[in-house]
Write a protein that binds this ligand. Structure first.
Ligand code: NDP
Ligand code: BG6
Length: 484
């Protein structure tokens, strides 16, 4: 595969929360990989900012440790790490205090892109926006990058949008949903809109149903206190799964530009029907007789938060009326597997008779691991014995098909940060999109609270609670396997 790295404009990137978990695990290793790929201009700088008292050298040492811990061994080169670290600076700043801002202002260069990554708790987003403005560090062409969660309901999301809008125009605000930076998620749009093959069939006339699965093997890890207040609905469905659903269901945008794409996604969210409680299954992992049940992980015996959710949704528009979308996501499941399956309807009439059997065409788009696509095609089983039909896959793992070793493909965070520097908002959520997603989510969550709803138990290492399988079985459908 030919690697075509297009350098971006010169930039100063300030990472508020530059010593935190996200910065150490994703943002800084991602920037290092872009540096090694030759995408960062020679003068570009990264400035870490947090309350800890560190100087540039101390910060560089901390980042060196993070790179050693979180980069693949093959990506680590002493020479490159040293060169990358020399781009790093550090300023000690309290988002809620007045110290440090003058020093930050003095460090920033004129005439280059200024980007400010808010990798701190959401409660500090407003403080940062206000102080950047007050100290005249951010101007009309600066950009801010805002991490999730963007609010915890419609009201708080609206309030946050309003606070940011006091100091920044919408064109300056980059709301991160890292799923949009995943290679195959972007490929969804290309597969749909650059091939004639699929789009004529991409509607309720030909599609029986669509399944979206984001299964994780990890539990809530060290983020128990955040997660227990969020659950799978707020943590995954309102953002990542909603974005996948939008890209699958939306109408073709007229152009691949930020507003054209986001307008179409917004229409999908607004077309979602309220969900019948009977079409939702919530689960919580419970390791029988062992430690590490969900309630141990979050240290809350009374918790009713879901670590798994499965739902049946309807997009009420001409394209999708009558085609259900089944979505599910959960932690501590059997395998890490994210995929979208488009299950087509049966051929209208079988000329081969009932004994030949019937198979449906299924297009599977794998996001991770081994991203790729598979199309199930029905053929004759070879050999004598009459017409027996079998299903064979046209299988394409992108790394094999493109001859890439997988390492050359930028990970979600690195791609998205480079898009910020380029000023391309296509893969970021617009304020009205986030609000529409909460407007759909809120009544569902409020309903659970009103009914005092309890999640079903499920054993770690399974596909979730039995009830989730029933959601499909009762309609003669079945989930695709979650396989190791
Ligand atoms: P951490 O708690 O690990 O890091 C928080 C960072 O903020 C530290 O650098 C901390 O440094 C700094 N900080 C805290 N208070 C202040 C303050 N008053 N002024 C300036 N800096 C401050 O959090 P994460 O890195 O995990 O999360 C950061 C953001 O990213 C959150 O919004 C989170 O929701 C989001 N996110 C995180 C993910 C993850 O996997 N970690 C995944 C998706 C989103 P110091 O104490 O020195 O000030
Ligand atoms: C984050 C969620 O946004 O996405 C986590 O907060 C989740 O709970 C993670 O584990 C999953 O991302 P990925 O890229 O590993 O599928």
């Amino acid at each position: 595969m030919v690697s075509r790295v297009i350098p971006v404009d010169d930039f100063d990137l300030v990472i508020f929360g530059g010593t935190g978990d996200l910065a150490r695990r994703k943002i800084l290793p991602g920037l290092y990989r872009r540096f090694v790929a030759g995408q960062m201009p020679a003068e570009a700088r990264i400035i870490g900012a947090a309350r800890s008292e560190l100087d540039d050298e101390g910060y560089r040492q901390d980042v060196r440790d993070a790179l050693k811990e979180f980069l693949a061994k093959a990506d680590q080169s002493e020479e490159q790490i040293a060169a990358f670290l020399s781009r790093l600076h550090y300023v000690s700043i309290d988002a809620r205090g007045e110290d440090g801002w003058k020093e930050l202002n003095q460090l920033m260069r004129d005439g280059v892109v200024r980007a400010f990554y808010f990798s701190v708790a959401p409660a500090l987003f407003g403080d940062l926006a206000e102080r950047l403005h007050h100290h005249k560090i951010a101007g009309r062409d600066s950009r801010i990058v805002v991490e999730k969660p963007f609010g915890r309901d419609l009201e708080s999301a609206k309030a946050l949008n309003a606070t940011l809008a006091e100091h920044f125009d919408e064109t300056q605000i980059y709301r991160i949903d890292h799923y949009l930076g995943k290679e195959t998620v972007q490929n969804l749009m290309v597969v749909r809109f650059a091939n004639v093959l699929f789009e004529p069939l991409w509607n309720a006339q030909y599609v029986d149903h669509i399944q979206i699965t984001v299964a994780e093997t990890v539990g809530v890890g060290g983020r128990g206190s955040y997660y227990d207040k969020s659950g799978a609905m707020r943590d995954m469905v309102q953002n990542h799964l909603m974005q996948l659903l939008c890209l699958i269901a939306m109408e073709p945008p007229s152009r691949f530009d930020p507003d054209a794409v986001r307008d179409e996604k917004l229409k999908v969210i607004r077309a979602l029907d309220p969900v019948d409680p009977a079409d939702i299954v919530r689960g919580q992992y419970e390791a029988k007789g062992k430690a590490n049940s969900y309630i141990d992980d979050v240290e809350n015996d009374e918790s009713r938060t879901e670590s798994f959710i499965a739902m049946k949704l309807h997009v009420s528009n001409w394209r999708w009326a009558g085609t259900p979308f089944y979505i599910r996501t959960g932690k501590r499941l059997r395998a890490r597997q994210s995929e979208i399956a488009v299950v087509f309807k049966d051929a209208p009439h079988s000329i081969f008779g009932a004994q030949a059997g019937r198979h449906r065409n299924i297009l599977t788009i794998r996001l991770q691991p081994n991203d790729g696509m598979k199309l199930g095609v029905t053929i004759k089983e070879p050999g004598p014995g009459g017409m027996r039909l079998i299903d064979v896959p046209l299988d394409m793992t992108f790394a094999d098909a493109l001859g890439s070793d997988g390492e050359a493909v930028p990970e979600a965070y690195e791609r998205l940060i480079m898009d910020v520097v380029r000023g391309n908002q296509t893969l970021f959520m617009r304020g009205d999109e986030v609000e529409a997603a909460w407007a759909w989510t809120d009544p569902i969550i409020n309903g659970w609270q009103d009914r005092d709803d309890r999640p079903h138990e499920y054993e770690p290492g399974t596909a979730g609670p039995e009830e989730a399988a029933m959601l499909m079985h009762r309609e003669n459908r079945r989930w695709r396997d979650i396989k190791e």
